[in-house]
Structures are given as C-alpha cells and as structure tokens.
Design a binder for this molecule. Structure first.
Ligand SMILES: C[S@@+](CC[C@H](N)C(=O)[O-])C[C@H]1O[C@@H](n2cnc3c(N)ncnc32)[C@H](O)[C@@H]1O
Length: 454
C-alpha cells in the first residue's frame, strides 16, 4: 500500500519551520508540515491531509527532541490555536523569526538586505492587551476561550500565558455570570443564541478594562444584570460596549457598536504619549514592544522639526503623533472612520496641533493629498498583512519622498514591497525584526527606505 496517503505513519526529521509555525520535513522530496514540531526534532507522524507534492501530518511522538524544544508551560498548548510555538525555547524563536525574514527576502524579493537579530522581550509573558474570546456550548456546557488550531471547536480557557492577567480574570468572571444568568451563547451551526464573543482590552498603564460583548441580536437579555455584576466583581472594569454582528460570518465584529456602560474609551500610554482607544479601533496588542517599535520608527526618520511627514495606515494615529514633536506637520491616513476620530482625539489629548487625519483608503486618498501638500519629507507606512497597494508606493516615489519607514507584520509582503520600491529607486537599510508576539509565529519588522541620489 502507498505510504503517501492519509493515515500512513512515518518517521520524519524536521528541518524547517513554515511561516505558520509548523515543522517541515521531507519524504522523498515531498514536503510534510507537522504542527507542534520544530527543526531538529525527529518525530513519528501520521499523514492527515495529502496532496500531490505536500502533506499535513499530525504528531504522534517525538523520537528525538530538538535542542530547542521545551515543555510548554501552558496547559492548553497542545490544542489552543492562540500560540503556535509554546514548545520552542524563546531564544530559538527569535532566531527563527529573523530567518523567516531572510527566507522571505530570498524567495520573494531577491534583495540583498541586512537583517538584524530580532529584538525580543525580557519577560515574554502576559504581554497582550486584547483578547477575542468566542463563546459556545459543548455537551450542554458553556465554553469560552480560543478556537482550536484549524477548527471551530472552542478550547475552554482557564489560564493564558500571553494575555494580561486582568484579561483572564475578567474573562472568567464573564463566563461565570453568563452561565448563571442563563444568557445564551451563540451557536454557529444553527446561527442561534445571543453572545458570540467577549472582546476584552486592558490598559497596561492605568490597569482599566474594557469589555465588548459581541451579540448576534440587538437585544441582550439580562444585559444590565450582567454589567452590574461584573462591575462589582471586577472593579477595574471601566467600560462595557455592545457590538452587534447578525451575519453568518467568521469576522468577529459587526458594523454597529454602542457603549452600554462607563467610559467610551480606554486610555493607555506608550512612551511619552497617551492614547484613547475606542472599542473597535486598531491598537497594537503588545504595548511594551510597541514602545520599542515606535522608538525605532522615530529614530530612523531624520527629522529636524520642519518636515511634512505622512503616516499611512495610521490606525488611531499612534505613530504619527509619537513623532509629531520632531516634525513640522504630520498627515495621517486611515480607512476606518472611528480610528480616525480616535486619532484626532489623541492629538487633542496630547496637545498636538500639527497633525491632520484623513479617512479613506491610502491608495485612494494619497494621490489627492500629494497634490495638495506638494512636498513630503518623510513617510511611515504600516499596512495590514496584505502590504501596500502599488498605487501608494508609486505616489510616494512620484512626490520624491526622500525617506520612508516601512513597518510590516508580514515578511512576505514586506519582501514584495521592498522589491517594488527598489524598482522605484529606493534602497533598504537594515531590517529590524521586533518580537511583538512571543510564542506565536508572527514577525514584525521595521526598515528605513531611502531614495537613491541620482
Ligand atoms: C497594522 S495596522 C497599523 C495601525 C497603526 N499604525 C498602529 O501602529 O497602531 C494597519 C491599519 O491600516 C488600516 N487599513 C487597512 N487597509 C487600509 C487602506 N487601504 N488604507 C488605509 N488604511 C488601511 C487598518 O484599519 C489598520 O488600522
């Protein structure tokens, strides 16, 4: 019987790691991806999904562990889809993240660019300021936590090593209260029930918590009792919002959000700046490393105080405002309108008067802005995973912006865009990976691009 079929068992030497954090081994020149393994492991695996040239395997046993293997300290590690690298020593994760960037450059960019060692965290635990926790039922029991790797089964969370402890405390209180008040969790198969997700945000600097109850229905039965109880049990709770998502979808948040109780925003601090974050705005999830990231951005741009600087994909305006004191004018562009409202409020909050923000897609808004302002002396781009639209890079090159800092959460699209920028006359300085997401496979990078003088 063929050994290249679902159910076949093999002994495999793991030699690489995919960008999703699965170990990679080879069987007669065909590739096998095995979650829970890392380079250096020799493992027994069973093939669970087989294509012509590649397969996915499940780990049956580690026959010989990699020197970089560790015993996960989280009880949910084998199932939970939140962390992919709980079984890899932290220094090895940092080395691997740098390697991911080098590989992406080689594979997709073909560029010779220096990649510095990843800047890691001194204490790589409890760093997340946000959790998005689905609720459901398993055998009549209420469960709440994280989706299992590659499935919609919910891992019933009792502890979490990467989120701030206050998040876990509030999450467990929400679960108890929902159970006791008989609030129906969402059933995604039947599209019935009420409560889909509890999204929790915490302010590291003030210790306050925001809870966003994502509901299928407009009505939230016993909502007032729920809030009264939670505010009593968790005194740090300062804000409760409801987001209504009636769609059959995997997208967590719906379009409509209303504040049910307490403050409209959560206030947090990064370095010298205060930021107000509303329930649905993007805010970096690791505030400790965000300071490292923003300092790198600020220090990369040669600013003397008179420059016009663009902050594209600006979210709540956080990066642009961070460097506003060193620039003449900051112009932010962001697609999500409430984030732009936050950005304007954040400018006020910090007494910044030289920042303006525009709502819209960067590729649509930027060409018009460039016509309006004519000279642009520097730019920051911090796009989502899919990277920058070429129109954005072309517009920046056309106006002749001398330096631009690219902040990326995806090495593959970073490599693609650096290549594109090279074609437009820009050279890349050293790429600096920053570990914003310990124990997960995500890699964040900062790189300064400079226009080559002709
Ligand atoms: C990685 S976040 C960066 C946010 C911000 N720079 C920060 O550090 O918090 C990317 C942001 O780009 C926004 N976005 C996505 N597509 C966009 C587009 N085409 N034009 C403008 N903004 C976009 C998202 O809403 C999100 O706020």
């Amino acid at each position: 019987m063929s050994s290249w079929r679902v159910g076949a068992e093999h002994e495999l030497k793991i030699t690489g790691l995919s960008h999703e954090g699965s170990g990679v081994g080879r069987l007669n020149n065909r590739v096998v991806f095995v979650p829970q393994t890392i380079p250096g492991d020799r493992a027994r695996v069973r093939l669970v999904h087989v294509k012509e040239r590649l397969a996915y395997g499940e780990l049956l046993a580690i026959l010989e562990p990699s020197p970089d293997r560790r015993t996960p300290s989280c009880p949910h590690a084998p199932l939970c889809g939140g962390c992919q690298l709980q079984h890899m020593a932290y220094p090895a994760q940092l080395r691997w993240k740098r390697q991911q960037v080098l590989d992406a450059l080689e594979r997709l960019g073909g560029l010779e660019v220096e990649v510095r060692p990843t800047i890691g965290m001194e204490y790589p635990y409890h760093y997340r300021n946000k959790a998005q926790l689905p609720l459901g039922r398993r055998k009549e029991r209420l469960v709440m936590g994280f989706f299992q790797r590659g499935s919609h089964e919910i891992v019933d969370m009792s502890s979490c090593e990467i989120q701030h402890p206050s998040i876990t405390r509030l999450a467990l209180a929400v679960k108890r209260a929902v159970q006791e008040l008989g609030i129906e969790p969402y059933d995604e198969v039947r599209h019935t029930g009420v409560l889909r997700h509890a999204v929790i945000r915490v302010s590291f600097s003030h210790g306050k918590l925001m809870l966003i109850l994502v509901t299928r229905t407009r009505d939230l039965p016993r909502g007032e009792e729920l809030i009264a109880r939670l505010s009593r049990e968790v005194p740090e709770l300062s804000s409760v919002a409801q987001n209504i998502n009636p769609q059959v979808t995997n997208v967590i948040l719906g379009r409509e959000t209303k504040i049910l109780w307490g403050s409209e925003y959560l206030l947090d601090t990064i370095g010298h700046m205060s930021y107000a974050v509303s329930p649905t705005s993007f805010f970096q999830v690791n505030p400790v490393q965000t300071k490292v990231l923003y300092d790198l951005v600020r220090d990369s741009l040669p600013l003397t105080g008179g420059e016009t600087v663009l902050d594209l994909y600006c979210g709540a305006g956080t990066i642009g405002l961070y460097l506003a004191a060193r620039a003449g004018r900051v112009i932010g562009v962001e697609a999500v309108a409430p984030a732009v409202d936050d950005a304007r409020r954040n400018a006020q909050l910090n007494g910044i008067t030289n920042a303006e923000f525009y709502t819209g897609r960067a590729e649509e808004v930027l060409p018009g802005l460039i016509k309006k302002y004519r000279a642009v002396d520097g730019a920051v781009v911090d796009p989502p995973r899919k990277g920058c639209d070429p129109v954005v890079l072309e517009a920046l090159a056309k106006v002749g912006v001398p330096t631009l800092v690219y902040v990326s959460c995806n090495p593959a699209t970073l490599a693609r865009d650096l290549n594109y920028l090279a074609g437009l006359g820009y050279t890349a300085g050293a790429i600096q990976p920053v570990d914003m997401f310990p124990w997960t496979s995500h890699v964040e990078c900062v790189v300064l691009m400079s226009k080559v003088e002709k």
